[in-house]
Design a protein around this ligand. Structure first.
Ligand SMILES: [Fe+2]
Length: 243
């Protein structure tokens, strides 16, 4: 993947107006961690924009099936979903060989994480909540997973995160990375979520996965389509990693 396709190149800059700001008062923790001084733009050198890429030998087909990749021999509980789409560059061309990693809560809204202690929702021993795959020659990725549940968080009274899946896309170098979240179109909790709403109104819909009947598998799983655009005027809003 050309390094300039992940929004960090010098010729295809990320459209900043499409992304959440560093400081967003309704999203409380951004006020503590955002920079207080103007950012300094440092153009990346060639060696910072290119690299050997992810270690594909560490990615196996089974990693893309979160319903079974816990290695227990059992299946995760919840509503199975297929999540698929294309990774596209600023010009709408497919981007092959991109590492796509996801992490998410289980069907009850609980993460398998040692710091997750406050929300008394059940863990699923057959669900790790992490997966990975890479895009094929047409820029297509696909996961089989469980629809995550919403969960509470401490941002404000009675705060709930809408169902979402975290994604990281990585190109050939550490600088060619996009981190974002996928939400489900039609979720009534979206407009109550400061993280979703921290993306500008004109671009936040680009983080929505849409139900696609052609992706659904009969008697098995519903299908959701989510294309990811790495840069340009249709860029998917990403969590701010740099300028
Ligand atoms: Fe989350």
């Amino acid at each position: 993947m050309a390094s300039d396709r992940v929004g960090s190149g010098d010729d295809v800059r990320r459209a900043h107006d499409d992304h959440p700001p560093f400081r967003y008062p309704d999203y409380k923790s951004t006020m503590a961690r955002s920079p207080e001084r103007d950012m300094v733009t440092v153009l990346r050198t060639l060696s910072e924009r290119t690299g050997p890429g992810p270690a594909w030998s560490a990615v196996e087909d089974d990693d893309a099936d979160l319903t079974t990749n816990a290695g227990t021999g059992g299946r995760a509980i919840g509503a199975r979903i297929v999540v698929t789409g294309r990774v596209l560059d600023a010009h709408g061309a497919p981007v092959p060989d991109t590492l796509v990693e996801i992490w998410q809560a289980n069907a009850a809204g609980r993460y398998t994480h040692w710091r997750e202690t406050e929300y008394d929702a059940p863990l699923d021993p057959n669900f790790l909540g992490v997966g990975q795959c890479h895009t094929d020659a047409d820029g297509i990725y696909e996961f089989l997973t469980i629809r995550p549940g919403p969960y509470p968080w401490g941002n404000h009274p009675n705060a709930w995160r809408p169902a979402h899946v975290h994604l990281s896309l990585l190109g050939p170098a550490l600088g060619s990375r996009l981190v974002t979240q996928l939400y489900f179109a039609g979720d009534p909790m979206l407009e109550l979520d400061p993280i979703y709403c921290s993306a500008p109104p004109h671009s936040r819909h680009r983080m929505l996965a849409h139900y696609d009947h052609d992706v659904s598998v009969e008697n098995w799983a519903t299908g959701w389509r989510f294309d990811i655009v790495l840069a340009g005027e249709h860029a998917t809003p990403g969590e701010r990693q740099d300028d």
